[in-house]
Write a protein that binds this ligand. Structure first.
Ligand code: EPZ
Length: 421
């Protein structure tokens, strides 16, 4: 019998929640281990099913992976005789699997990787990944749902202009360019903190990179990489999610191990709707400025440093209780409103027109039976349920295990009436 989450809403929370390492950084750092002859040790690794899937994928490529979950540590060492096939049975579970393509081509000159296909939030093609790797000298054919990549001799440094920012294509290209002969200039790249974290780790492995976090990155290729240890950056999306948990439940919550500088745009939006977020050392406190109200606002999702699309669903849950009419425009993914019909089941008043949602605030939400459709949609239902009157029952919760470590325990430790069975 598949598990569900049950939440009795309307409870104020109090206490402290630790922020984990970032899923979206870990899923990029793990494939980087394929580049090196030395071992890579990652600390502050979150216990998530996506991390387990990436481990399974790397092991299928001949990588020796030791995951000490208690210590949140991963030791990774790629064998010198790798298998170069990323099988569809694993890739279909997680799109980030495409991030092995660049490292395999750069180090071994060949790779066969299943095409990830679309997902609940959009078509999500990989054309920019292939365009950039071709510019470095790889050649590709697509056969039977697999990308077959080849490099004649070695990859060669090149100037690459991305038509728009893509986190995944930027990461794949950086990981290929670090072993390419000569200099690469990557223009209009993604500036997400997870890209900066990847570059920090690669530099500790001996790479020569400049400009991470800016629009242009310069990479001087090197011949080989060395053993290294890296601490995974904190999860800014988990942090943002719990900031909304505090706001929507009208609680005074403390979050530890986080840093709001990576969420500036989002925290400014929270302030606009009447939510105060204070950072001291590594503790963050969140509470409503006026405990009786949430203001309405307009949100536009954008690449970093803009408002993160991965916090859009959570923000919508909050704005469904605001005084007045808000709007959210989703600019990154074409189909990221799957949570809307479920929030409407809980009494929210939301209309969708194309990529724009108009949210007319209601006085209260009510518990209901709802289902999760993707990772961030599932957590927006948990947040709405914390504020709702009565019990909410959330189905298809495997989505949440992909990106939130111990969320039930973290919320229950702060007094939430939340159970999973
Ligand atoms: C990363 O996905 C994150 N995933 C996503 O988080 C996040 O939503 C996204 O970046 C945007 O911030 C991981 O890091 C594992 P993109 P990614 O390439 O790399 C289009 C979550 O909830 N595009 O920046 O796949 C694409 O379709 C997940 O944790 C192309 O058209 O995102 C999208 O519309 C969900 N061609 C846009 O660009 C390409 O070759 C941005 O995608 C590549 C992307």
């Amino acid at each position: 019998m598949k598990e569900k989450i049950f939440i009795e809403g309307g409870k104020r929370l109090s206490g402290s929640i630790p922020i984990s390492g970032a899923k979206n950084s870990c899923l990029t750092l793990m494939p980087a281990s394929l580049l090196s002859e030395g071992a890579l040790t990652l600390n502050n690794v979150p216990n998530l099913s996506d991390v387990d899937t990436m481990k399974e994928l790397l092991e299928s490529l001949g990588c020796v992976v030791c995951h000490q979950k208690i210590n949140k540590t991963l030791h990774l060492k790629q064998s010198d005789e790798p298998l170069l096939l990323a099988d569809y049975e694993i890739v279909k579970k997680m799109r980030a699997s495409i991030l092995v393509l660049g490292p395999l081509l750069a180090r071994f000159g060949q790779a066969v990787v299943a095409l990830p296909g679309g997902c609940a939030i959009g078509a999500r093609p990989v054309n920019l990944h292939l365009m950039a790797l071709e510019a470095l000298g790889a050649s590709f054919s697509i056969e039977n749902g697999y990308v077959k990549g080849n490099v004649a001799k070695t990859l060669k440094g090149s100037k690459i202009n991305f038509p728009f920012e893509s986190v995944g294509a930027t990461a794949n290209t950086i990981m290929a360019a670090v072993l390419a002969k000569g200099t690469s200039e990557l223009v209009n790249v993604a500036r997400e903190p997870e890209i900066v974290d990847l570059c920090k780790c690669l530099k500790s492995m001996g790479c020569k990179i400049e400009g991470e976090g800016e629009r242009t990155i310069i990479i001087e290729g090197v011949d080989n990489l060395k053993e290294a240890t890296h601490n995974v950056v904190m999860d800014r999306i988990e942090l943002g999610t719990f900031l909304i948990a505090g706001a929507i439940s009208n609680s005074d919550l403390e979050l530890t191990g986080g840093n709001i500088t990576m969420l500036e745009n989002f925290v400014n939006k929270l302030y606009e709707v009447g939510i105060e977020v204070c950072q001291s050392e590594s503790n963050i406190r969140v509470r409503r400025i006026d405990s009786a109200s949430i203001n309405c606002t307009n949100v536009l999702t954008e690449p970093f440093p803009g408002f993160p699309t991965d916090l859009q669903a959570q923000m919508m849950a909050l704005l469904s209780l605001a005084d007045g009419v808000s709007s959210i425009e989703e600019q990154i993914f074409e189909n990221r409103f799957m949570h809307v019909p479920e929030l409407i089941r809980m009494g929210a008043n939301i209309e969708i027109s194309g990529r724009k949602a108009t949210i007319s605030g209601v006085d209260r939400l009510r518990g209901a039976q709802v289902k999760a459709t993707d990772l961030r949609a599932s957590v927006s239902l948990v947040l709405a349920a914390l504020a709702a009157e009565g019990q909410t029952e959330i189905d298809k919760i495997h989505h949440i295990d992909r990106g939130y470590e111990d969320i039930i325990k973290k919320l229950a430790d702060c007094g939430a009436q939340i159970k999973r069975y």
